[in-house]
Design a protein around this ligand. Structure first.
Ligand SMILES: N[C@@H](CCC(=O)N[C@@H](CS)C(=O)NCC(=O)O)C(=O)O
Length: 261
């Protein structure tokens, strides 16, 4: 029995969900509350050392981190592969996935923070504008990466396509247009027309509609490249202000060792 602990606001969760669907696996989902609900549930904290989604439970195995989960799925369920056969192309898929999970995620998160979660904060519009600029720069890079190929590693959808799509679908409701990139736009439409692409886009639209209708004060998690983004653009005061107001938080510290070891 496969269970996915996820949240539709998390592109990493949606990447894993798309991977499960691509492989045609049967699974059930447990929705974890992020942002408004104040972070990880007690059950999630037990399963994830960083209190993050996604978590995949496959029988007795509990696996965290979307890249590790996708590699696990590829090895445990080799049908409908997501990685190309040729080693260089496999490395390319992993490399582009890593770029989506790090630099692109941070740029989109900056727009999300600046436009949705804390639009009232000082420097929010600068955060959103810098994020949008970086999203467009990365879109130009992916336009070049696609070149004349149907997908990022050739004729077949690979994990890098899933990772990129799961991120870029989120920029549409944020009002960042990537229409100026015709190859990338055609690639987006191609994936959106597949059942997994359509389901993913709907999950994002519903999540944004729920967030807009909610009166709860949303909170936002900062880590890794997201913090790097704030400092790189001289926006550390934004982050500091949000920490002071109790809206920005970080992944939890590991539990202390017994006897002060
Ligand atoms: N490297 C992790 C990143 C996962 C991650 O950052 N998840 C975020 C959502 S996008 C999360 O669960 N945050 C906890 C929270 O917001 O409380 C992965 O690839 O799975």
């Amino acid at each position: 029995m496969i269970i996915l602990f996820w949240n539709p606001f998390s592109p990493y969760s949606r990447k894993v969900k798309m991977a499960l669907d691509h492989k045609g696996l049967v699974y059930s989902c447990v929705m974890e509350g992020l942002f408004g609900e104040g972070g990880a549930s007690a059950e999630l904290k037990l399963k994830s050392p960083r209190g993050e989604v996604p978590i995949l439970q496959d029988g007795d195995r509990v696996i965290w981190d979307s890249r590790v989960i996708c590699e696990y799925l590829e090895e445990a369920y080799p049908a409908n592969p997501m990685l190309p056969a040729e080693p260089g192309q496999r490395a390319r898929s992993r490399q582009l996935e890593a770029l989506c999970d790090s630099t692109l995620d941070a740029a989109i998160y900056a727009v999300f923070a600046g436009k949705v979660i804390c639009k009232d904060a000082p420097l929010a519009s600068a955060m959103a504008a810098q994020g949008a600029d970086e999203v467009r720069a990365l879109a130009a890079q992916f336009e070049r990466e696609l070149g004349s190929q149907r997908f990022l590693c050739g004729d077949r959808l690979c994990l890098a396509d899933i990772a990129l799509y799961a991120q870029l679908v989120g920029v549409v409701p944020l009002g960042v247009a990537v229409d100026a990139f015709p190859t990338l736009s055609a690639w987006m439409r191609r994936i959106r027309q597949t059942p997994i692409g359509e389901q993913d886009a709907v999950a994002v639209e519903e999540a944004f509609a729920r967030a807009r209708a909610s009166t709860k004060q949303l909170r936002h998690q900062w880590r890794g490249e997201r913090i790097e983004f704030a400092f790189r653009h001289g926006l550390e005061a934004f982050l500091d202000g949000e920490v002071q107001r109790g809206r920005a938080y970080f992944p939890p510290s590991p539990p202390a060792l017994p006897n002060g070891q």
